[in-house]
Design a protein around this ligand. Structure first.
Ligand code: ZN
Length: 122
């Protein structure tokens, strides 16, 4: 989405630049002012699209999140912690099988990993 609006914005800006160039060609004196004004407007629209696309490209980095999976077999207490994936929620059954007993795995918890603050050096 961001890339598409960037390309469209670039094409619109380029078209506006071409209109300004066109108005500066010899024999276009009667049209040069109109082409210049229209060209400036088109360049402004195109660059605002470029700017909007650029803003969307830099979202705030999400804190690292991990998902804790636990085997649902009674005799097995296998646990695994992996990176959080979109769509993970607590008590969701995952397609992944338990590597120990091929049992059903379920999401037991989702945790945000905070960077431990550095202990001050004395
Ligand atoms: Zn198991």
């Amino acid at each position: 989405m961001g890339l598409v609006s960037k390309i469209i914005g670039f094409l619109i800006a380029a078209a506006g630049g071409f209109l300004i160039y066109w108005g500066s060609l010899p024999g276009m004196e009667a049209w040069s002012m109109i082409l210049f004004l229209v060209g400036i407007t088109v360049v402004a629209i195109g660059s605002s699209l470029l700017f909007a696309g650029r803003g969307q490209e830099e979202p705030e980095p999400e804190p690292p999140t991990v998902t804790e999976l636990q085997c649902q077999e009674q005799d097995c207490d296998f646990k695994e912690i992996r990176d959080f994936k979109k769509g993970d929620f607590i008590l969701k059954e995952v397609e992944q099988e338990c590597p120990k007993c091929q049992g059903l795995m379920m999401i037991e918890g989702i945790y945000i990993v905070r960077k431990e603050e550095e202990t001050p050096q004395f």
